[in-house]
Design a protein around this ligand. Sequence first.
Ligand code: NAD
Ligand code: ZN
Length: 609
Amino acid sequence: MKIIAMIPARYGASRFPGKLMQDLGGKPVIVRTYEAAKATNLFDEVYIVTDSEVIFSEIELHGGKAIMSKKDHDCGSDRIAEAVEDMDVDIVVNVQGDEPFTSKEGLEQVLSVFEGDDADKIDLASLMTEMHDWKEISDPNSVKVIVNKDNFALYFSRSPIPYPRDKNADVQYYKHKGIYAFRKQALMDFYRLPMKTLEAAEKIECIRYLEYGKNIKMAISNTQGIEIDTPEDLIRANKALKEDNVVSVNNKFRNFPMVPKVVFGQGCFDQLSSILAPQRRNKAPFIFLVDDVFENKTEFIDRINLRFNDKLLFVSAKEEPKTSQVDLIVKNIKAEFNYKPSGIIGIGGGSILDLAKAVSIMLTNKGSAADYQGWDLVKNKAVYHVGIPTISGTGAEVSRTTVLSGPERKLGINSDFTPFDQVILDPELTVGVPKNQWFYTGMDCFIHCVESLNGTFLNAFSQSYGEKAYDLCKEIFLSDTLTEEDSRGKLMMASWHGGMSIAYSQVGIAHAMSYGLSYVLGTKHGIGNCIVFDHLEDYYPEGVALFKEMVGKYQIEIPQGICKECSDKEIEIMIDIALSLVPLWENALGENWETIMTREKLKGMYLKM
Ligand code: NAD
Ligand code: ZN
């Protein structure tokens, strides 16, 4: 079923002219609405349909899709009907342009009616919300609706319906919310049908459907949005947005979970069986995702101690994890076992740890991993998951994210459910790591510290972890006093502390630019960071000087000129990807970063690499 959202956007509004172009937290109201609809992930496409060139170009400017409606229309649904006439779609949802806080829950409710037993009787669906205050019930500006036992609409009115002749009767009043989900056919049937008397009298558009015999199924949604109808609403919305930001990405206070259980030390890997035993649920297996470098190391594999129907999956870390890869692993696990696994155990570098986190999330959450790339989109708790790093530096073992390349973006699933329930830190597991790889992954940690310690988001929490990790890195990579064994243990802890440091701050320029390289050229995280960092002496002079010293000491050859062969288009995409990582730039360069890091400047930097 193809489902699209259409947002009718008329420039002139009688009560508050130009309201859709008013500023709401730095963006026009209509852009906010568009982004909110898109962020629900419920739609195959989202369009604005408008009569205004100003709105049209604003949406295009923000990378959205807009359609100019050619004709004059007296109502939103006619405007939508004109736009979808030649489109191949099944369900069209109209989202109100002036509802920038459109909630996913409401839209989900209105769409869910098409999954019920009576779905084929439904021409369109709409939402209603409970009303309790008589002042509101009697206010003609709020449209009331009454329904039959199956929640099909009987009538809409500005009068209180039903009329409470019996003051003691226990009736629930419902307010109609102007969100509709139409079958395309119903929408087209309705297009250009003349208005009849009931609609003309009440001035309520959806009455026309009832007058022509269509069935409207109502769903209940009690979440309150803020409609922007007046300048006062706009002030309220701006305030709400500020409050909202408190719980969003680069907020001042973060309330984040830390890994609740961790065991450390040479040989502690052998604790695994006894750690897992209490977590085992009857016939539900443990699934081990293991880096395929261990595939032929039978001695190591035997130490995993598989029981019953436990399953070992060797996974290649040759490429960085993808959402499609996560989806496939989850699909296979679901196909093979009737039971949700007792747990997912990731054994490997950052790539395998991230895969393990993502798989554990996707076993309890519907859809594709790509639907959850972003901040706090995960709904259900993941299955129990354990991380066992075999190479150190990324901090993936402590972090609240799992970095994935998806069809549209490279972005982590950042959520409270992402961190491991248990981590096993056994430095001995890192013995076989090749020198170059050891260096690149170790430098990921060093760069985390430099970017965190030099960032504008820095605070004492972040600093205390960052400074420790920074000193450990200097000791590991520049002093000659450590035994190999000590060095391995210390790098494992540096990785941990580096990860904790960025948990309460953010990374910076090297990471932003390295994401661009990775997206376009497939450059891996560790080496990509090194390639970029090598050229960042203007931004991180002390860190880059130390880095160059380390590179010299271990005779690492950092690849040069990797962007030379890139087409203009590829460079543009790199720039897009890098610049989209707003919090990273804000951390690195402060609030006015956009005036410092222009596209032109970034292009020059890429071309040097
Ligand atoms: P990796 O997992 O990609 O592994 C790199 C190479 O080392 C692979 O070839 C792997 O087979 C090999 N390897 C791993 N352990 C080994 C061992 N003991 N002996 C020999 N070879 C071994 O490398 P990485 O640098 O740890 O991880 C990079 C990934 O981590 C990227 O995908 C990046 O996006 C992700 N990352 C995630 C976070 C996070 O917070 N979630 C942070 C930083 C990076
Ligand atoms: Zn990193």
